[in-house]
Design a protein around this ligand. Structure first.
Ligand SMILES: Cc1cc2nc3c(=O)[nH]c(=O)nc-3n(C[C@H](O)[C@H](O)[C@H](O)COP(=O)(O)OP(=O)(O)OC[C@H]3O[C@@H](n4cnc5c(N)ncnc54)[C@H](O)[C@@H]3O)c2cc1C
Length: 415
């Protein structure tokens, strides 16, 4: 008899959401987390949607509603939108992780911190055997019917069970400042090659008078730190005061793309380990927690049927695709397009948004979890924007079309 039904590697949001979901269905679940404290170190800007709060359940981790954003093009001309109601929340990310882990523990999950997964010793017909190392260097073996990789972007579980990694991992660098000028109700987004080619830079209020400043950008030879320094210096200039005394730094990577398979014999991946991250924003809390829930339902069925084969666990891949497949395909398409835009084209997009008076469209349709909806509405509402983009996107945007994803590759970078 294996030690546990499921061994979950990683005590982040995806891992504890999975663990809770499975334990609530009666399974014996153990989570191992290599760090001594859940939620630390923090690796996040802490901006989430209402859906995350709904999935995680209310708690003291929610700090402040966010009502709008200012998007700066490469020439620093802004496009602003503001809503009357909350469009997102600034959270205490470490507190969210602890909250989710507490809920998992309350459902019966055993959580072991300071315990690292070091590899798979065996995977046979009855169980998978994992090698774990504790803080004092002791190694032990744990057997489980199912091994779950919730171990983030550099997933050791994915490597151990030979599931392919996402092709693109964007380097990210962020700092937390305990005090910052700026509008605490809105976020700022910076586009363009100077601060963040390929994605964007951000200034996000932390809900307590401070802010998280960061960038995620293409790995283009310039370090993420160098891009971050430029953004921090720009903000100091803009605010007329330096951002001082950072209380923490994040150096990490954001997986972008889809992995061909989320599961194999006696193993599956959730969260960043499975690149379940929104391709247009790099946000992974909603998708990771939801993936944990979806996977828990399938894993419970598979345990009940005593069939943890790759074929049985494929139901998880299918369920994930049914919920997020179209959105991810569209978002990846738009992201590839976006990443190819030159600075002058990005400026033209931001200017067209401003000229078109499209702030209302963003407020009406903006949904940070499903951003392709607002992208489509913006394209529909602005012929000026459409002219900047390839014809391939026309069919997707046309009125009356039942939201098919663009199938065409956006092609090489336009000169
Ligand atoms: C700079 C930055 C800012 C971000 N901002 C936002 C944001 O504002 N909103 C948002 O929605 N998303 C944001 N994200 C993305 C978000 O942080 C991730 O998508 C989310 O943390 C994924 O959760 P997870 O549980 O899959 O992985 P993680 O939160 O990375 O958790 C994985 C856990 O596994 C543990 N682990 C790793 N290897 C092992 C091992 N071998 N043994 C045991 N334990 C192990 C790690 O210590 C970690 O605790 C940001 C990411 C970055 C890099």
């Amino acid at each position: 008899m294996p030690d546990v039904d499921a061994l979950v590697v990683g005590g982040g949001p995806a891992g504890t959401a999975f663990a809770r979901g499975l334990a609530e269905r009666g399974a014996r679940v153990r989570v191992v987390e290599e760090h001594p404290r859940i939620g630390r170190p923090v690796q996040c800007a802490g901006l989430v949607s209402q859906r995350v709060v709904d999935l995680a359940g209310p708690g003291g981790y929610v700090r402040r509603p966010i009502r709008g954003a200012t998007v700066f093009g490469p020439s620093l001309r802004p496009f602003e939108f503001r809503a009357d109601t909350a469009r997102a929340f600034a959270i205490d990310r470490a507190a969210l992780d602890v909250h989710l882990a507490d809920r998992a523990a309350a459902a019966g999950v055993e959580i072991r911190t300071a315990t690292r997964f070091d590899g798979v010793v065996r995977r046979d017909a009855d169980a998978v055997t994992a090698r774990l190392t504790t803080a004092d260097g002791t190694t032990e073996e744990t057997t489980a019917k199912l091994l779950v990789g919730a171990d983030g972007v550099a997933s050791a579980v994915a490597r151990a069970v030979r599931l392919r990694r996402p092709v693109e991992i964007l380097p990210a660098f962020e700092a937390e400042y305990p005090a910052s000028p700026g509008d605490p109700d809105t976020v700022e987004v910076y586009l363009g090659r100077r601060f963040a080619p390929g994605l964007f830079g951000w200034w996000i209020p932390d809900g307590q008078g401070g802010a998280r400043v960061g960038i995620a950008a293409d790995a283009d030879g310039t370090s993420a730190r160098a891009y971050f320094d430029r953004l921090r210096d720009h903000l100091a200039h803009r605010f007329g005061a330096p951002l001082a005394n950072p209380t923490g730094f994040v150096v990490s990577g954001i997986p972008i793309g889809t992995v061909p398979r989320l599961s194999t014999d006696r193993a599956l991946l959730v969260g960043d380990a499975a690149a379940q991250v929104k391709p247009l924003s790099g946000g992974g809390l909603f998708t990771g927690i939801r993936a944990g829930e979806i996977a828990a339902g399938i894993a419970a069925q598979a345990l009940e049927e005593n069939d943890l084969s790759a074929a049985s666990l494929r139901r998880y891949d299918a369920a994930w695709r049914a919920e997020f497949g179209e959105e991810f395909r569209r978002a990846l398409y738009l992201r590839r397009l976006f990443a190819r835009l030159e600075d002058r084209e990005l400026d033209a997009v931001v200017d067209a948004l401003g000229r078109g008076g499209l702030a209302g469209t963003v407020v009406a349709f903006g949904d940070i979890d499903f951003p392709t909806h607002v992208a489509r509405e913006l394209l529909r509402a602005s012929p000026g924007l459409m002219r900047l983009l390839p014809k391939a996107i026309g069919a997707w945007v046309a009125p009356g079309v039942a939201y098919p994803a663009p199938e065409l590759d956006p092609g090489r970078r336009r000169e």
